[in-house]
Design a protein around this ligand. Structure first.
Ligand code: ATP
Ligand code: MG
Length: 562
């Protein structure tokens, strides 16, 4: 078989061009630069797979750099979770670095800028500064403090650093051009006073550099060859270039910034600020709620690292904004679990079924194949007895010809077991069926041996033996939002679109006894119902399952019908 070479994405093409123009391959170096102010989500996975993927393709180092310039929102908990998630996804960073490690260098460079007349201290409030910014069509106006002498600026900046001024009273600004068509070039703020402890530098600093001043310089200090970021930074590139021009030494590598489109997912919000709101307002159980688009939420839901990497790969890297269908993510986890998850039986909404001609007290062990898609998965035994549970919706007293499951007077096969026929029912005072009485065909046992019955009937249903089944909790999830793009409606809060039925808890489901040894995180298929995994809330007394995904895309069908 000939190996098909996958086509290069546009960023790989840029790198290939740089190499062909003489860039030494050993100079290639990438980074993933999260701000430790939230948990990573499936959008970040795109950037992680891109940067670490390039590292693998070109055998180049990839740094994990925390862009930690804002002590107000950043925490060690986020640093730890980000590291754990990247490792879980299967990637290794070269160095673990922090922008805060460069605070001194950044400060020294700022002093240099002041000396060169390229930065000044502004005594105005942030709203005064905003009022002078102008608009995209009108130039801004100069601050009255713009032409201070270098000496005065140096003295004031020093005082800012020493904590002599209150927050909000002074900022350091770059002196660029108040009439630039790029608003970001209109004397952007480089430092603000913040008397907050930082998760790494503690109380050392009373001033903190702005993200824009920090980001490009950090790439430069780390010799990053290709600084890949999302499209919203396209306008910032001019500013990063200007900052770099002020400090750049010709003998060094100059990082090249290129932008790609964010990963957006339908029926999902991806902004960390909004995800934090869901957590803080208790609308989900935490950052790792299985309905969250976070890596930790997906992991808890039963997604595997490979499914997320495959999804990122197949969704690709785009130049323009777009929305990826959530169904693509679900496709990848189904595709993987189809081959790897053992197939077992579980009944979510049980109704009792009694086989009247099966001897009372008799038990037999039937043989069941673990996964026909995986030759090595082998077989297991399943206890069978007179009283079983089947799924309520698999039985009807009367039904039309298209109903191939169990109905009165008709036959159906019990998966891995016998053919049964429904004869009568018992009902409660509300008319609900409580017991189905059946008889079985003794000669209809399924299996692959010579005694196996070849008799075929139209329907097959799943079941568990009532005396042997394990009672457990099952959590079924639906999309967290009812709208395709919950945060795209002007004037309507995204939380208006929260799906009130996104979680259904079934507290009395039954699963076959082979699951007694299941471990937290294990993935299984409940036949006919979907892929499930063992939730971390499980205890020795009580198993809790999450439905990772249904077997087929039931939404696609519903939407077609409408
Ligand atoms: P916020 O949501 O607070 O604006 P952010 O999502 O940009 O922040 P960062 O921690 O700055 O979060 O992101 C780290 C890296 O991941 C950045 O390089 C960013 O461009 C990239 N990234 C973030 N969100 C996405 C996304 N949806 N798709 C692709 N890359 C993303
Ligand atoms: Mg960001």
């Amino acid at each position: 078989m000939s190996e098909t070479k996958k086509s290069l994405n546009f960023l790989e093409q840029i790198i290939e061009e740089d190499l062909s123009r003489g860039l030494d391959k050993s100079k290639l170096r990438f980074r993933f630069p999260p701000e430790p102010n939230g948990y990573l989500h499936i959008g970040h996975a795109a950037s992680i797979c891109l940067n670490f993927g390039l590292g693998i393709t070109y055998d180049a180092p990839v740094n994990l750099r925390f862009d930690d310039t804002n002590p107000v929102k950043e925490e060690q908990e986020y640093v730890d979770s980000i590291k754990a998630d990247i490792q879980w996804l299967g990637f290794e960073w070269d160095k673990e670095l922090y922008s805060s490690d460069y605070f001194q260098e950044l400060y020294d460079w700022s002093v240099l800028l002041i000396k060169n007349g390229k930065a000044y201290v502004d005594d105005q409030t942030s709203s005064q500064i905003a009022d002078q910014k102008g608009s995209p069509t009108e130039p801004g106006s100069n601050s009255p403090f713009r032409d201070r002498s270098s000496e005065e600026n140096l003295a004031l900046f020093e005082k800012m650093k020493n904590g002599d001024f209150d927050e909000g009273t002074h900022v350091l600004r770059a002196k660029i051009d108040m009439s630039s068509p790029n608003m970001l070039m209109r004397d952007p703020v480089m430092y603000r006073i913040l008397k907050k402890a930082h998760h790494r530098t503690g109380e050392n600093w009373k001033i903190y550099p702005m993200y824009d001043w920090t980001h490009g310089e950090s790439d430069y200090l780390e010799n990053i060859s290709h600084s890949l970021c999302t499209l919203e930074f396209k306008n910032h590139r001019e500013l990063y270039d200007w900052f770099l021009d002020q400090v750049y030494d010709k003998k060094d590598l100059r990082p090249k910034q290129r932008e790609f489109a964010r990963r957006n997912l339908s029926y999902t919000v991806m902004s960390k600020r909004k995800l934090l709101q869901l957590v803080e307002e208790g609308l989900v159980s935490g950052w790792n709620d299985p309905r969250m688009p976070t890596i930790s939420g997906l992991r808890r839901r039963g997604y595997t690292p490979k499914s997320i990497r495959d999804f990122s790969e197949s969704a690709g890297i785009a130049k323009r904004d777009n929305v990826t269908d959530l169904a693509l993510l679900e496709f990848h986890i189904r595709h993987e679990l189809n081959k790897t998850a053992p197939r077992v039986m579980g009944v979510l909404n049980p109704v009792k079924l009694i086989i009247s001609n099966y001897p009372e007290g008799k038990e037999e062990l039937l043989t069941a194949e673990n996964n026909p898609e995986d030759e090595e998965a082998g077989f297991r035994t399943l206890p069978f007895s007179r009283e079983l549970y089947i799924e309520k919706e698999d039985f009807r007293e009367v039904a039309n010809k298209k109903f191939f499951r169990l109905k009165l007077g008709r036959e159906v096969r019990l998966k891995n077991a016998y053919i049964i026929k429904a004869n009568s029912v018992e009902k409660d005072e509300n008319g609900e069926v409580t017991v189905i009485h059946c008889t079985y065909d003794v000669d209809s046992k399924s299996g692959s041996g010579s005694e196996a019955s070849q008799r075929k009937v139209k329907g097959t249903i799943h079941w568990v033996s009532a005396a042997h089944a394990i009672k457990c909790e099952v959590r079924l999830y639906d999309r967290l939002f009812t709208d395709k793009a919950p945060d795209s409606h002007k004037g309507v809060d995204f939380k208006e679109f929260i799906n009130p039925n996104s979680l259904e808890v079934i507290s009395e489901a039954f699963v076959e006894p082979s699951l007694a040894t299941a471990q937290k995180g294990d993935n299984v298929q409940f036949q006919r119902l979907g892929y499930f995994n063992v939730d971390e809330d499980s205890t020795a007394e009580r198993l809790v399952f999450n439905r990772t995904v249904a077997l087929r895309d039931s939404w696609a069908k519903i939407e077609q019908k409408k």
